[in-house]
Design a binder for this molecule. Structure first.
Ligand code: C2E
Ligand code: CA
Ligand code: CA
Ligand code: CA
Length: 277
């Protein structure tokens, strides 16, 4: 027995590592998180610059671990995109929007929620079927769901074009997210069936500085307006930036100056406050 014991110890240690590895594999952990409904949504208000009123919010995914930690999307969305888990996550965010913001949206028809879409959602167009099925009978209009597609997800031009065009036919609003960080030029934009451009935070950061990106920001706003697209500025942190954007007739903004992404109850309180102000 004394000869077998060390061998047993080594064997069981090996087994333990194997089991642990299997349990800790990031994608299976994420899959478990989805099944256990650990993916939650926070909402960042979107403000109409002319009035200061809340006109909606962007839904942003968070992973709330059983130990209470809140994992930021940058740490799990890329993994979800690589492993096909992004589709159940998107679906879950749609469910959360309906449950958590249904009352607000029914009560205030001009209010919207923006949903982030990944390439897998857009290229196949499956998101439109999902939305149609989930919104049916909720009293939430398709007009109240805005769809955000990042420039990098537009690689499949034909698929994107088809889905965005169909989305608009169904009444959804479509926006290009993180605009300016990709490669799309004027000609490309001109042909895309979109309603709005969201200017990436990096360009808003340059406002009030001498950085050369400031001229790019200027150019992006002018380009959007030439194309008759609405503009949403993201990552707004200062009054100086607000003044700059107002001066250039930028319609909408979101950022920490107004509010961080917050749980549904806080979003509703924020919107009620700006309504009365
Ligand atoms: P994004 O769509 O560009 O989202 C904006 C990010 O900037 C959010 O971070 C938001 O909290 C942060 N932000 C907003 N205002 C400010 C500001 O004034 N200052 C600073 N420093 N940051 C600000 P978050 O929530 O970590 O999201 C990161 C990215 O993860 C998002 O970028 C989006 O691309 C992606 N993402 C989040 N939720 C989802 C989702 O449900 N589905 C998909 N496909 N992607 C998602
Ligand atoms: Ca977004
Ligand atoms: Ca963005
Ligand atoms: Ca961004």
């Amino acid at each position: 027995l004394r000869q077998i014991l060390p061998l047993l110890a080594v064997l069981s240690a090996g087994m333990a590592t194997l089991i642990l590895r299997a349990r800790l594999s990031p994608s299976s952990e994420l899959k478990r998180a989805i099944i256990n409904r650990e993916i939650v949504a926070h909402y960042q208000p979107i403000v109409e610059l002319a009035t200061g009123r809340c006109i909606g919010a962007e839904a942003l995914a968070r992973w709330r671990r059983p130990n209470g930690d809140l994992v930021r999307p940058d740490a799990f969305i890329p993994l979800a995109e690589d492993t096909g888990l992004i589709q159940p996550i998107t679906d879950m965010i749609v469910d959360l929007i309906i449950v958590e913001l249904g009352d607000l949206l029914r009560r205030t028809p001009r209010m919207h929620v923006a949903l982030n879409l990944s390439a897998a959602d857009i290229n196949t167009g499956r998101i439109l079927t999902v939305l149609e099925r989930k919104l049916a009978g909720t009293g939430i209009a398709p007009q109240q769901i805005w769809l955000e597609a990042t420039e990098s997800s537009l690689l499949d031009l034909e698929g994107t074009h088809r889905t965005l065009a169909e989305a608009r036919r169904r009444g959804h609003w479509t926006a290009i997210d993180d605009f300016g960080t990709g490669y799309s030029g004027l000609q490309y934009l001109q042909r895309l069936p979109i309603d709005a451009l969201k200017i990436d935070k990096s360009f808003i950061d340059s406002v009030g500085t001498e950085a050369s990106t400031r001229h790019v920001t200027e150019h992006i706003i002018a380009m959007a307006q030439a194309l008759k697209l609405d503009v949403i500025a993201e990552g707004v942190e200062s009054e100086l930036q607000v003044a700059y954007l107002r001066e250039r007739q930028v319609a909408f903004a979101q950022g920490w100056l107004f509010s961080r992404a917050v749980p549904a109850a806080e979003l509703i309180a924020f919107c009620n406050r700006t309504e009365r102000a």
